[in-house]
Structures are given as C-alpha cells and as structure tokens.
Design a protein around this ligand. Structure first.
Ligand code: SF4
Length: 284
C-alpha cells in the first residue's frame, strides 16, 4: 500500500523542507502481495496501528481481535465494495471505530514501537498525522543540514514544527522545538507567533517532570507555546475517525492548566479509556 506523492506536498515555502519521500502506508511494510495476487498482512511485522485499515479503498482489512491487521481475501462478510469501473476505488462503507481504544494493539503499542527503527517510527507518526487531517513531512534520515523532525500544516492553515521523541527522554524536546521555530522563522519566513511547536511523545511525563516546567518557562519568557500529543492519542484519533483542525488554542498545551489531552482530542469521554499508561494523562 502506497501513498500518492501528492500527499507529501506542502504549501508554499514549506515544500522546500527536505522530507522523507517514502510512500509506504504501513510503517513496518507488513502488507505484502502473494504470488496469486492476493494481499496479506504478515502477523509478526504488524504492530496493529490500523493505518492500513483506514486506507484500504475496499474496506477489506480489519484489526482482527483488535490486535493485528487481517486482509479478507475471501470476503465472507461481504466487506468488499467493488468499483463501478475496473480499477476505480470506491468509498468503503465502514462505520464506527476501527477498534476499542483499550484493544490489545493499543495496550501493546509502546513495546511494539520500541522495536521500530527511527525512520520507521517517524513514518508511523507522519502517516498518523495525515490520517487525522494534518499535512506533515518527516525529516530525511541522514540529512545533517536539517534537524527538525517534522514540519507541516494543520487544516486551519497554520504551519507547525514537530519533535518526535518516542523514548522516555523527552526533556530535550521543548528545547529542540525552540531551535526548530527559529529555523522555520529565519529560513522559511514564517512569523514566530504563527508557528505551532509540537512534541510527539510516547507517554506524557509525570506531572512533576521538568518537562512541563521547561514548557512553562518557554511560554513565560518567550511567549512561545509548545504543544504535546502522544502516539496513543494519534492512534485514538485514527481509530475513532476523529479529525484535528490543528494545534492552536489551548488544546494540547499541557502544562499550565493541567496535563490531560482529553479536551483536545474531540473524542467522546466515554470512549477515552486509557489504552496504555500515559497516553492521555500522565501515568501514576
Ligand atoms: S495495522 Fe499498521 S503495522 Fe499492521 S499491517 Fe496495517 S499498517 Fe501495517
């Protein structure tokens, strides 16, 4: 499964950002073609993110047991929707969530992500951002001239810079974001106040963590408000079919008024069971 190259295009000056041109939909390349022309998801490689399920134009992939992708080649439940003409991609008639937010795949996501190479983890984040409505491009690995992990535009038209930190060492993330904002301002011509800096983290740090103090200090002294979102929150948005307008306003501005992503996600509270500790609010 591949993206269309047009999905990686950014508007205006941002399009000169040297991003990873990889078009893979699946961050682990788990969906492959058999010799007989049928597709299959390799169980051992699947981390259960649900990206292929959301993207399959025929609605023929589902998360079996809320855990791993399965391609229905036999179509026993008549899931497959055929196009009017050969090669046409119809809209799948899928309704409801891809899986419950506390499904096994969500619970096991941190362990699964820790096995991914950096470039693959970055593709996972990029593709999740795309599917929740945010245009993003991630850094080409090995490019020593660019340090920003990701740039993009939200649906509200605002540019953002992102640091992707999927290990417990998140403290450097806000500081790196300051550098990213400076680069976007000086090289791409955006006003500092128009840029949304975003940390994409695996888990929200403990409430007493220095992370929030650094974010607060940056906002007080420099009037730059860093935002935070977890990988689990992005997966929750994908699985529930929720779209983000962007990272402006107080949503995802963890720190001053609390450290809870619930309000920013736009997902019904009843669905927001914690898939793994620290996905929506700090653990412990
Ligand atoms: S659920 Fe995610 S990891 Fe598994 S096959 Fe689909 S896209 Fe790949």
């Amino acid at each position: 499964m591949e993206k269309d190259p047009s999905e990686l295009v950014l508007a205006g000056e941002l399009d000169s950002y040297p991003g990873d041109p990889n078009l893979d939909v699946c961050p682990t390349r788990a969906v492959v073609w058999n010799r007989d022309g049928t597709a299959v998801a390799i169980t051992d490689n699947c981390i259960g993110c649900g990206l292929c399920v959301a993207r399959c134009p025929y609605g023929a992939i589902h998360l079996a047991g809320g855990e791993i992708a399965r391609v229905e080649t036999a179509d026993p439940d008549r899931l497959v929707t055929r196009g009017r003409t050969e090669g046409a991609h119809p809209e799948p008639t899928r309704t409801g969530a891809l899986a419950a937010l506390d499904a096994p795949a969500a619970t096991e996501l941190p362990a699964a992500v820790s096995t991914l190479q950096d470039a693959r983890a970055a593709l996972l984040v990029r593709n999740l951002l795309h599917e929740v409505g945010v245009n993003a491009r991630v850094r080409r690995r090995g490019d020593t001239n660019m340090r920003i992990d990701a740039v993009g535009q939200s649906r509200n038209g605002r540019p953002f810079v992102a640091e992707i930190e999927l290990t417990p060492a998140v403290l450097e993330s806000p500081r790196a974001l300051l550098e990213d904002v400076a680069v976007l301002h000086s090289r791409y011509g955006f006003s500092v106040t128009d840029i949304d800096p975003l940390s994409v983290v695996l888990v929200l740090p403990n409430v007493r963590s220095e992370y929030y103090r650094v974010i607060r200090d940056i906002e007080r002294v420099l009037n730059v408000r860093c935002r935070t979102i977890t990988l689990g929150a992005l997966v929750a948005l994908l699985w529930t079919g929720t779209r983000l307008d962007g990272f402006q306003n107080a949503a995802f501005a963890v720190g001053d008024s609390g450290v809870d992503l619930e309000a920013g996600l736009g997902i019904p509270r009843a669905l927001l069971r914690e898939p793994y500790a620290g996905a929506f609010r700090p653990a412990g």
